[in-house]
Design a protein around this ligand. Structure first.
Ligand SMILES: [Zn+2]
Ligand SMILES: [Zn+2]
Length: 149
């Protein structure tokens, strides 16, 4: 699905080809402090499927607790977060922040990651999979039993 977006002031514009099935929210504490919100809403696309159309974003290099680094790109004029990408990992993926996408109403999250640090009021409706961390570890939904019965 083709999407296009811009920061709040319109200085940065981009387009991307995204898989709506890959839309996720991240509840990690880095995403909370960098976004200023309870979680971050994004999708990963290969470098070749992401294109800047206008403006040059500013970069902040974030070091995670694990030591992994990523570039966080934001508008130098209005500070809207736009996307992130790895520092040296190849091939690069780009993770546009979907609050900046014009088609955001059609991009409901299918996955939640880092649920262990989710704010307990921040329930995301309808996302099928929940992970505690970034690995393939499914966290049982509230009220569901876990294990053989
Ligand atoms: Zn801007
Ligand atoms: Zn995160």
């Amino acid at each position: 699905m083709k999407i296009d977006g811009s920061c709040h002031c319109g200085f940065i514009k981009y387009q991307a080809e995204v898989d709506p099935e890959g839309v996720y929210v991240c509840h990690c504490t880095d995403c909370q402090s960098i976004s200023g919100g309870a979680f971050r809403w994004a999708v990963s696309v290969p470098e070749t499927d992401f294109k800047l159309l206008a403006g040059t974003p500013k970069t902040y290099v974030k070091t995670a607790e694990s030591g992994a680094t990523s570039r966080q790109l934001f508008c130098p004029e209005c500070a809207s977060p736009l996307y992130s990408t790895a520092v040296d990992k190849e091939p690069k993926t780009f993770n546009p922040r979907l609050g900046t996408a014009r088609q955001r109403a059609d991009l409901a999250p299918k996955l939640e990651v880092w649920c262990g640090s989710a704010q307990n009021w921040a329930a995301v409706q309808g996302s099928a999979k929940k992970r505690n961390g970034n690995k393939l570890r499914i966290v049982p939904r509230r009220g569901e039993s876990h294990g053989a019965q």
